[in-house]
Ligand binder design. Structure first.
Ligand SMILES: Cc1ncc(COP(=O)(O)O)c(C=O)c1O
Length: 422
């Protein structure tokens, strides 16, 4: 499908009238979704949009926080790109590279409220986080302040840097859950010292807690400290406006909530912060160029990167605010359902200030999270993850716009069933 042929296809999916339920192929799915439509959520038509994904029938995929499912037209883009490269490598290479520059990078920048020359395209958030930890000039004794809730992908690069060059890494202990953004800012403020050079923290944690990014970045800026945000769980789940957040650096994982084919990462480097981040891949005489300088050199998986553009097209057409609203509605629905089950302790709060729009944590009395995760998958074909960290033995559920209330109902039913049999 050409670029122009694809657009009407997506538009059609967005406009189509409500029809038979597809998610799990059950009448219950139809009931759940049509009641949502009756409550005013008729457009976009989420059931129709769900059809544009290749998610396995009969499975409930509730684990986007680990890896998103790319829409079919993005998969087609990957296949077509490699076919073109196989047919005429040289011409296709130039053409695909041109598409990345003409449409993919600008579309990502548009979605994120940044400029294209502040965006480096990488292959994962982990790669971006290593680019950050290896690119900031630090002296022995300088400190990086991070948290106990950061992902190993965010902490490991700093630990390695500390081992190699004698910097100190301080992990602030943040309660899970915390009750206000102010609480987090206060804990960070107390942890700062005259040697602090970098604040490194998540926008949305692995467990779904929402950090006060704007306030933390302001705290850093006031003291000349670099703010480095791990946005792996935020990008595509909720609206992110980078210029508004005021961060210096922001690492993203478009193959999670942004639903790009796997192998897509990004790194935002605010224009003025580019002087403080050295590139690992600087070419002789190329210093001072824009954020492209942080991208690794050499031939890369061009079709995979071009297909990020296809995923972005879907986001542009639905609208990130609409997506955030949908995600919020689904996780609110899940949270309310969890309340009604004895033996379940919900960890994620409902407050918009501290909870993200798509990740919910809960513990089950008498059942280990890993045991539940394995049984849910093997017996019931429901995909969830565990969150055994920060003192929790919790189940982690991701609800993205392609999920349905019917899938959540099914999870709740399985939960009741597993509690009864335990
Ligand atoms: C908070 C956080 N940061 C970083 C990562 C790593 O992302 P990637 O797989 O794109 O390297 C993850 C992955 O789960 C994550 O949850």
């Amino acid at each position: 499908m050409t670029e122009s042929a694809r657009r009407p296809f997506i538009k059609q999916a967005l406009r189509a009238a409500a029809s038979a339920a597809v998610a799990l192929g059950t009448a219950r799915a139809a009931r759940s979704e049509s009641s949502a439509a009756a409550a005013g959520g008729a457009t976009p038509d989420w059931q129709e949009i769900r059809r544009s994904f290749a998610l396995a029938a009969g499975h409930a995929y509730l684990n986007t926080a680990t890896l998103g499912a790319a829409p079919r037209h993005a998969l087609d883009e990957v296949a077509r790109g490699y076919q073109l490269l196989a047919a005429d490598p040289e011409t296709a290479r130039t053409d695909l590279y041109g598409r990345v520059e003409r449409s993919v990078r600008p579309a990502l920048a548009r979605l994120l409220g940044a400029d294209p020359d502040e965006i480096a395209l990488t292959s994962s958030a982990s790669e971006s986080l290593y680019l950050i930890s290896n690119g900031i000039a630090l002296e022995p004794g300088d400190e990086v302040v991070t948290t106990n809730q950061d992902h190993p992908a965010g902490i490991d690069p700093w630990t390695v840097r500390a081992e190699r060059s004698g910097i100190a890494v301080r992990q602030v202990s943040i309660p899970s859950p915390f009750t206000s953004g102010g609480q987090v800012v206060d804990l960070f403020r107390e942890a700062l010292s005259a040697r602090t050079r970098v604040l490194s923290f998540c926008h949305v944690t692995r467990g779904g807690h929402l950090f006060p990014v704007k306030e933390l970045c302001a705290l850093a800026r006031d003291r000349g400290i670099v703010s480095a945000v791990d946005g792996a769980q935020a990008l595509g789940m909720l609206e992110v406006v980078l210029h508004g957040l005021g961060c210096d650096l922001y690492a993203g994982s478009p193959h999670k909530w942004l639903l790009a084919p796997s192998g897509n990462g990004m790194l935002y480097v605010r224009r003025k912060a580019q002087a403080r981040l050295v590139s690992l891949f600087e070419r002789p005489g190329a210093g001072g160029r824009d954020a492209r300088r942080y991208e690794h050199v050499g031939t890369y998986a061009l079709p995979v990167r071009v297909a990020l553009g296809a995923a972005l097209e879907l986001f542009e057409q639905i609208g990130i605010r609409e997506i955030e609203r949908r995600n919020r509605a689904l996780s609110d629905y899940l949270k309310a359902g969890l309340e009604s089950i004895r033996g379940v302790r919900r960890i994620s709060l409902t407050s918009r200030e501290v909870s993200s729009a798509g990740i919910t944590l809960f513990e089950i009395e008498g059942i280990k999270a890993m045991e539940f995760q394995a049984r849910a998958l093997q017996k019931h074909r429901i995909h969830v993850d565990e969150h055994v960290r920060n003192g929790h033995d919790a189940v982690r559920v991701s609800t993205h716009f392609y999920n349905s209330r019917a899938e959540i109902d099914l999870l709740l039913e399985i939960l009741r069933h597993e509690i009864r049999r335990s």
